[in-house]
Design a protein around this ligand. Structure first.
Ligand SMILES: [Zn+2]
Length: 178
């Protein structure tokens, strides 16, 4: 188990365009995946991309777990190696996002994205798959894809007046659930 420090905005690695891994089933690729999974769980994120642990390769993982503040439909661990976008919906959805690489996950803002996305990629076994996602998973996948192109959610925030600190965001979430 290896937890990596989450690379922060301002570090060149976060803003660079990552490259495809040359061998999807190589030991080094599996190591990146394992480090991503360990770190994502340790810092309690629902997705994490390789640049966030210092690797400029096109790999990310998602795992939507239910927490006190996140009463959502859980989604199993998914591994995306060399992902490509097949299509996105015309319909959009707007919701709050945060990021482990932006103020250590301490800042939340509204981002509008396509509501549904279809992505192709390779899993941890090097097998090709297609994933059709909507809801929170579609949002997380698009947020992680952006990381592979050096883009952070703060560059896409729709209303800067609605930016929130982590504490205020969690307060809002718990109020909404009462
Ligand atoms: Zn992020």
């Amino acid at each position: 188990m290896t937890n990596k420090e989450t690379v922060q905005a301002g570090n060149d690695i976060i803003h660079a365009i990552s490259t495809n891994v040359s061998d999807v089933s190589a030991t080094e690729t599996k190591q990146v995946v394992q480090n991503l999974v360990d770190t994502m769980r340790e810092v309690d994120l629902v997705g994490m991309a390789a640049p966030q642990i210092g690797e400029n390769v096109r790999v990310f993982v998602t795992e939507i777990r239910r927490t006190k503040y996140r009463q959502v439909e859980p989604d199993e661990l998914r591994v995306f190696v060399n992902p490509t976008v097949v299509s996105v919906s015309e319909g959009t959805a707007e919701d709050y996002e945060g990021c482990g690489s932006v103020a250590e996950g301490g800042l939340f803002g509204l981002v509008k994205r396509p509501a549904e996305i279809t992505v192709e990629g390779y899993n941890e076994a090097g097998e090709k798959f297609t994933c059709v996602a909507n809801g929170l998973l579609a949002r997380v996948i698009q947020h992680e894809l952006d990381h592979l192109d050096g883009t952070l959610f703060i560059e896409k925030v729709t209303d800067f007046k609605k930016i929130m600190s982590r504490n205020e965001y969690l307060k809002m979430k718990s109020k909404n659930q009462k």
